[in-house]
Design a protein around this ligand. Structure first.
Ligand SMILES: [Zn+2]
Length: 165
């Protein structure tokens, strides 16, 4: 099972194309593609916010993936820290979304979002990553599924966001 990416027809010959490179940009994804028929190269741009990608939340409900909510959650985790550029967090949120899109999956568990966020946050700010980990993982580093937090689960990441529904 490799990553499944929506097939895009070659603009020159309408042949099938393959993705040779995916870059996360400020506005979405830029994919370099190679036509498997005529071998021409072309580039496509995709806005993020893929329809259909769902998040299974901690409370059992399901909602559409929203990278803005993910970004908000990351900003809350890092709110007590200085020196973390908003762009860094934005990049993390987009990179997570790109990873999910490239995987071709239709849904993601909130715990997977935590895992994905942790891996990236550790490179940006280990202290914030530890804060996130302390709230959502057990001693072995696995994400806790039981809701042992006294705070209400929040959108997407299960973080305590009081003023966002
Ligand atoms: Zn072609």
């Amino acid at each position: 099972m490799g990553a499944t990416i929506a097939a895009v027809q070659c603009p020159y010959c309408s042949g099938d194309s393959s993705v040779t490179e995916t870059r996360v940009t400020a506005d979405g994804l830029r994919r370099r593609r190679l036509c498997t028929a005529c071998k021409r190269r072309f580039t496509t741009y995709e806005r993020l916010g893929a329809p259909g990608l769902k998040v299974a939340k901690r409370d059992g409900s399901v909602e559409p993936f929203d990278s803005d909510k993910l970004l908000t959650a990351l900003q809350r985790v890092c709110a007590h820290r200085t020196g973390i550029a908003d762009d860094d967090l934005r990049r993390i949120a987009r990179d997570i979304e790109a990873t999910l899109l490239d995987s071709g999956r239709k849904s993601v568990a909130w715990s997977d979002l935590v895992t994905l966020a942790l891996a990236r946050l550790e490179n940006v700010d280990p202290v914030s990553a530890q804060r996130l980990a302390a709230n959502y993982t057990d001693e072995s580093g696995a994400v806790r599924f039981a809701s042992s937090s006294p705070q209400e689960p929040s959108p997407q990441l299960g973080l305590p966001l009081r003023d966002d529904d």
